[in-house]
Design a protein around this ligand. Structure first.
Ligand SMILES: [Zn+2]
Length: 324
């Protein structure tokens, strides 16, 4: 046993006090550190989950808008197929004269008697990842076409609009949003969408486009507004609209082979003097690009036939005329 005066007892007490001090310090440190670490872990988990929540929310919103545009696409495909069955050239375009369109205007109507067949390649829905390729093919063959574009504000699309203009093609409009549910909801909505695209294209290219193609064509039945009202609106704004009398068929839901697209474009050309061919400049439609060189070669090989971009002199093939 220690004597309280014993030096070794004093040393024992010192050690004990020291140990107690250590325990107290460690306890205090742990009391501070554990909640701190817990807080840091908790906060980082919270921040992380917030981030995940935001990402999920963004993806949810993206999916919603994808769903909405898919719904529009379905309406679009259904509508355009309706239009195709109306506008399809069967035996001879002349049989349709006065009914659906008048593609059989005598080619020498201007009195020139040159009997020239005029063919217009038109590309809807661009710019797309294939616009550059389409432009390359057109340049290779020295051909000018017409692009009925929608509104896209990314840099690549802006370059595409500029290239279309710089290389001498006609820049036509095909609505900013291409959403049936929006543009055909009311005359005001249609006008707003049109103004937005016309001004946007002017800002990007310096061209004030005066040519329009209605999504689904002028005889679409998706519009809640009487198409006549929209046609009159375009007329008031000095904008010409063009439908088509030959379809490449590349708008259908499944991918057509380049051979089929080629045949669709060429097989009925002999029957018409004025031909506006509907094609698409859209992702997922690469077979259109593949068919294009052969389509152009075939047209260039036809007698008395010109390939032209749409301009004020183009005979307006329209499924629905103003006033009808
Ligand atoms: Zn379209």
């Amino acid at each position: 046993m220690y004597d309280i005066n014993d030096a070794s007892y004093a040393a024992y007490r010192r050690r004990r006090v020291q140990r107690l001090k250590k325990i107290i310090v460690v306890t205090i440190l742990l009391a501070i550190l554990i909640p701190l670490i817990c807080s840091v872990v908790f906060i980082s988990l919270y921040v992380h989950s917030r981030k995940e929540y935001r990402e999920l929310n963004t993806r949810y919103e993206e999916l919603l808008s994808t769903m909405e545009s898919l719904r529009d696409d379905i309406a679009y495909i259904e509508e355009e197929q309706d239009v195709y069955s109306v506008s399809e050239v069967t035996e001879s375009a002349r049989e349709y004269s006065g009914e659906v369109y008048q593609a059989d205007t005598p080619v020498d109507a201007d009195g020139s008697g040159t009997n020239v067949r005029r063919v217009y390649l038109t590309f809807d829905d661009g710019p797309s990842i294939y616009t550059g390729e389409i432009l390359d093919v057109l340049a290779e063959y020295g051909v000018h076409a017409t692009f009925f574009v929608t509104g896209k504000d990314d840099e690549a699309s802006q370059e595409a609009y500029k290239r279309i203009v710089d290389e001498g093609h006609t820049l036509g409009m095909h609505s900013y949003s291409h959403r049936y549910s929006q543009i055909y909801a009311s005359k005001e909505a249609f006008a707003e969408d049109l103004d937005k695209l016309q001004e946007y294209l002017y800002d990007v290219t310096g061209v004030w486009s005066r040519y329009y193609r209605f999504p689904g064509g002028s005889s679409n039945t998706a519009s809640k507004v009487d198409m006549k009202v929209l046609i009159d609106y375009l007329t008031d704004r000095d904008i010409m609209y063009f439908d088509w009398n030959i379809v490449s068929g590349d708008a259908s839901g499944y991918v057509l082979s380049a051979d089929t697209i080629y045949n669709n474009c060429i097989s009925k050309l002999e029957d018409v003097n004025e031909a506006i061919i509907l094609m698409h400049d859209a992702s997922g439609k690469h077979t259109t690009v593949e068919a294009l060189p052969r389509v152009i070669e075939a047209i260039q090989g036809m007698d008395n036939t010109e390939l032209l971009p749409i301009d004020d002199d183009t005979y307006p093939i329209q499924h629905r005329k103003a006033g009808s």
